[in-house]
Write a protein that binds this ligand. Structure first.
Ligand SMILES: Nc1ncnc2c1ncn2[C@@H]1O[C@H](COP(=O)(O)OP(=O)(O)O)[C@@H](O)[C@H]1O
Ligand SMILES: [Mg+2]
Ligand SMILES: [Zn+2]
Length: 453
């Protein structure tokens, strides 16, 4: 007789509680505990009875696998994965509904089906809908195995019938359900159990599994914070509704660098790769306007030039407004304080707005110097020197700290026709001015923000 277990599972962090309460003890979220019933089948308990040791030099299976990555030829995707998909790995692709996850992954399987055996399982769309999308994306000739199902057991059985399977897309994990759980698809227990089944099959058979996960409004994968720990890589597909570009970003990757990005543009026939994103983001840049500065950034291993805009307006509020879009508000306040105390540039009685053009978000502290340049320019109402880029972290003493990837940043700026670069003096004496001396870009190493003023 199957035993029924009643559990209360937090839909935010996935912790199981034996009793209901208004607040999750683990993560502190309110009203997120949902009763889920687990039917444990008799005899389904797996007990591991053996463990093995083997010499380090003999463990070459995984290494061999990793060397044979599946390369799709969609460079923006391959790079974010660390140079292709590693056989036997499991990847979670998260993003807002409608952002283009299904589109991207259908294009991916279509591209890979030329060299490997691929399957695409949809729990969200009927086969006819998938076919219509494939027609629109002009990939309807691709030899991809398609299925529409939400039943994990059936899917895994069917996958085992496919010879030499290399990749399976599960779209989305929130629609999948395993039989042994009574709770509805999309609950934490179902998401976790379904993912576990796919992960086990990937590790056993050596194929790649890509799980699609929808993100909640708060920006977390619905329930699956637990999933992030279970999978090998987590990629986020993001973008702004009002812009055509989409960014695929690696948040976690056991087989490659994190913070790597791939840039795509959403067109009628699907996603196209953007090989030179800096040019895209600087397209509307006007040099003669005060309050703008170009930041020479690096996302992962790739340089990305972005425009930072600052606007200063007289304030009639007791505490003037400080608003940053695409940049950390606390960091904005810090830089304003440094400008006031170390450079004598006051922003009292003025509202300040800061914006990263194109709707992008910057996490690098290296943008400090560009933010400072935009703010100084706005506060003094004078444009920054023509053709300048900025990068460097600012410390509380008003010092400019060096950041990594100086060469990459300078090269990109040079390639896009910039003539001046303001940045921190590199830490190692070897990499002084001379290193960049032969470049056509004029370098201005700084020690203090004050030197820029
Ligand atoms: N017939 C169409 N023509 C052009 N673009 C479309 C069409 N149908 C859908 N799209 C675009 O594709 C997007 C949906 O992408 P999709 O891959 O289904 O997103 P997700 O899987 O992340 O929910 C829509 O937001 C829209 O921009
Ligand atoms: Mg979809
Ligand atoms: Zn919780």
């Amino acid at each position: 007789m199957a035993k029924l277990n009643h559990l209360f599972v937090c839909q935010d962090c996935g912790t199981s509680h034996s009793k209901w309460s208004g607040r999750c003890d683990d993560c502190g979220a309110w009203n997120r505990l949902v009763e889920e019933t687990v039917r444990s089948k008799p005899g389904s308990k797996k007990i591991q009875t053996e463990a093995f040791f083997s010499p380090l030099s003999a463990i070459d299976e995984d290494i061999l696998r990793q060397q044979k990555r599946l390369v799709s030829g969609i460079e923006e995707f391959d790079r974010v994965c660390g140079g292709g998909l590693v056989p036997g790995s499991v990847i979670l692709v998260g993003g807002d509904p409608g952002i283009g996850k299904s589109t991207l992954l259908l294009q991916l399987v279509a591209a890979l089906s030329a060299v490997a055996n691929c399957a695409y399982v949809s729990g969200e769309e009927a086969l006819s809908q998938l076919r219509l999308r494939a027609d629109r994306l002009q990939v309807n000739k691709a030899a991809v195995h398609m299925a529409a199902s939400t039943h994990v057991g059936h899917i895994i059985n069917a996958l085992e019938q496919l010879p030499n399977l290399a990749l399976v897309i599960v779209d989305s994990i929130q629609t999948m359900a395993v039989e042994s759980l009574e709770s509805a698809a999309g609950t934490v227990s179902q998401v976790r159990a379904s993912a576990q089944e796919f992960i086990t099959s990937a590790k056993k058979k050596g194929h790649v599994v890509i799980l699609v996960g929808h993100v909640t409004k708060e920006g977390v994968l619905a329930g699956p914070r637990v999933l992030e720990h279970m999978v090998d890589a987590v990629l986020y597909f993001e973008g702004e509704r009002n812009y055509d570009y989409r960014i695929l970003r690696s948040i976690k990757n056991r087989f490659g660098a994190t913070d790597e990005i791939g840039v795509f543009s959403m067109e009628n026939q699907g996603l196209t790769e953007v090989k030179n994103p800096s040019a895209l983001f600087l397209a509307n840049h006007q040099q003669e306007v005060s309050g703008t500065a170009i930041f020479a950034g690096v996302e992962g291993t790739r340089p990305l030039l972005l425009e930072i805009q600052a606007l200063v307006a007289p304030s009639y509020l007791a505490s003037p407004r400080r608003t940053a879009v695409g940049w950390d508000n606390n960091r904005l306040s810090m830089i304003l304080a440094v400008l006031e105390s170390r450079c004598g540039i006051s922003s009292a009685n003025r509202d300040i707005y800061l914006n990263v053009a194109g709707g992008l978000k910057i996490n690098e502290p290296a943008a400090d110097l560009a933010v400072a340049a935009a703010l100084i320019s706005a506060l003094k109402n004078r444009p920054v020197p023509v053709g300048s880029v900025y990068f460097g972290e600012i410390g509380l003493a008003g010092e400019v700290r060096s950041v990594n990837h100086t060469e990459i940043r300078l090269k990109e700026a040079e390639k896009l026709g910039f003539s001046n670069a303001f940045f921190a003096v590199p830490r190692t004496p070897k990499k002084n001015k001379q290193t960049f001396g032969d470049a056509s870009i004029q370098v201005h190493p700084l020690r203090y923000v004050l030197e820029m003023v």
